[in-house]
Design a protein around this ligand. Structure first.
Ligand SMILES: [Fe+2]
Length: 305
């Protein structure tokens, strides 16, 4: 196994000369330690099979959901590109920095993500290191953010971007993944990573309405913090090649999609690893209160991030 650290970035490693579908025990141990340390592992030309991707993801923990497409190719097989299209709206929302599933009762632990069909240009995926961001704040700011809590909601993030789905159910809900009608998840702005014990920011596009802060002030505060946090040397963008795969630590990193010409087809595969209730549960949720049927496939064929 060959490991090269990303240069000029606070996180991330490129791993080659390893077969993710036939790891030895020692290779797995080395990979896991590296993942905890570097938070993003990139495997060029891994060419994971469908089963192999989920099996690899399951080494990190139970799955929030198994391998699913993040794609502008709809269930109908057609390429979706109109801005008003439901598939496109979901994808465009992903272009804002975020941690996956902070709007759910249980924030995701991480994800395995791979490229099957890529457009001729654009469509890089970016990650941003929220541990480095926390550490780079001055003492006063670190102390301040450590006292704050914010709500996380997909209704909020998609609504603010103008990407809410058009069709509602009769009861006003959408019945889509992440658009649940449970209490909106409340999370501290600073999370202590359950393995490293090191604190990092949990912010991004789903975060809103800091408790005890006036609405406009909260929005401005979160926007400025996020804009500052997601800057070099704390960011890295990966230009995909067909067959590349990555795994990231969603407890520490934010990520985002970037634009591409949506008249061209793109199909990525995403396997989401569930957070641990002892460390990823929202303040105001209890694990036994989460209905097991709240995980529904997105009818457009793509997924909320
Ligand atoms: Fe995402």
């Amino acid at each position: 196994m060959k490991v090269d650290q990303l240069e000029g970035v606070t996180f991330g490693s490129v791993v080659t000369d390893v077969s993710l579908e036939s790891l030895s025990a020692s290779e797995w141990n080395e990979l896991y330690e590296l993942w905890i340390d570097r938070a993003l592992l990139i495997f060029p030309q891994a060419h994971l099979t469908a089963e192999g991707q989920d099996d690899f993801a399951q080494r990190f923990g139970t799955l929030e959901f198994s391998r699913a497409p993040i794609s502008n190719i709809g269930k109908d097989g057609k390429v979706h590109y109109e801005n008003s299209d439901e598939v496109v709206k979901s994808l465009r929302g992903n272009e804002g920095w975020h941690h996956d599933s902070t709007y759910m009762p249980l924030q995701a632990k991480g994800a395995v993500f791979s490229a099957e069909i890529i457009p001729s240009s654009g469509a890089a995926t970016g990650w941003a290191d929220m541990r480095a961001a926390y550490e780079d704040l001055d003492d006063e700011a670190r102390a301040h953010v450590s006292t704050l809590r914010a709500y996380h909601s997909l209704y909020y993030s998609q609504g603010r971007s103008g990407y809410l789905p058009d069709k509602k159910n009769d009861d006003g809900t959408y019945g889509l993944y992440g658009y649940h009608n449970m209490e909106v998840s409340l999370r501290p702005l600073v999370k202590v990573h359950p393995v490293t014990g090191k604190p990092n920011l949990i912010i991004g596009r789903h975060a809103h309405d800091i408790v005890g802060m006036e609405k406009d002030h909260s929005q401005k505060f979160l926007d400025e913090l996020n804009d500052w946090a997601c800057q070099p040397p704390r960011t890295y963008h990966h230009d995909w090649e067909v067959g590349d795969a990555v795994v990231w630590d969603n407890r520490r990193l934010q990520h985002r999609g970037t634009p591409f010409d949506m008249t061209e087809p793109r199909r990525m595969w995403h396997t989401r690893i569930a957070g641990d209730p002892s460390s990823e549960l929202a303040i105001n949720h209890q694990i036994d209160a989460i209905p097991s049927d709240n995980v529904e496939r997105h009818p457009t064929g793509t997924w909320a991030c």
